[in-house]
Design a protein around this ligand. Structure first.
Ligand code: FES
Ligand code: FES
Length: 161
């Protein structure tokens, strides 16, 4: 007898029903079963942050979350941040300020910064560094990322967001 569990998860506004093994990680479910390729997986131990997604609006490590824990919840991945064809101002700022090189870490950074700027329109440098410090990037040295956050703040203010 299968011990799979039925779950119902809304991802980027669309509801999905699925049968999953109890041990299936949310990161693997999103990436391999629902094909949200922007959910990257690195350390699988909650350290690097590349797998960060929003669950009911709160940033969580999807490698530390089971798919069954997402049952009945709303998930936003990097694919749900952009507005149709337009990049989100945070994504645009990353491009303009050289906040990425290989891009592997970028979805996790963008989601974490999205949560920060949604809740705090004018974060202090310390608050920015606190969020950035929770994500690992092996390429950029973080200066471009810090500049991208500053730029995104201005873009969001100009847009009245
Ligand atoms: S893969 Fe989830 S924190 Fe590194
Ligand atoms: S841009 Fe390569 S790991 Fe961050």
């Amino acid at each position: 007898m299968s011990d799979k569990k039925s779950i119902r998860v809304t991802v980027n506004g669309t509801t999905h029903e699925a049968e999953v093994e109890p041990r299936t990680l949310l990161a693997d479910f999103l990436r391999h079963e629902l094909h949200f390729g922007g959910v990257h997986v690195g350390c699988e131990h909650g350290v690097c942050g590349v797998c960060t997604i929003l669950m009911d609006g709160k940033a969580v490590r999807s490698c530390l979350t089971l798919a069954v824990q997402a049952d009945g919840h709303e998930i936003t991945t990097i694919e749900g941040i952009a507005n149709d064809a337009d990049l989100h101002p945070i994504q645009q700022a990353f491009i303009e300020e050289h906040g990425l090189q290989c891009g592997f870490c970028t979805p996790g950074f963008v989601i974490a910064i999205y949560e920060l700027l949604r809740d705090n329109k004018e974060p202090t440098e310390e608050q920015i560094m606190d969020v950035i410090g929770g994500e690992l990037c092996r390429c950029t040295g973080y200066e471009g990322i810090r500049k991208a956050v500053r730029s995104a703040i201005k873009k969001l203010q100009a847009a009245g967001a």
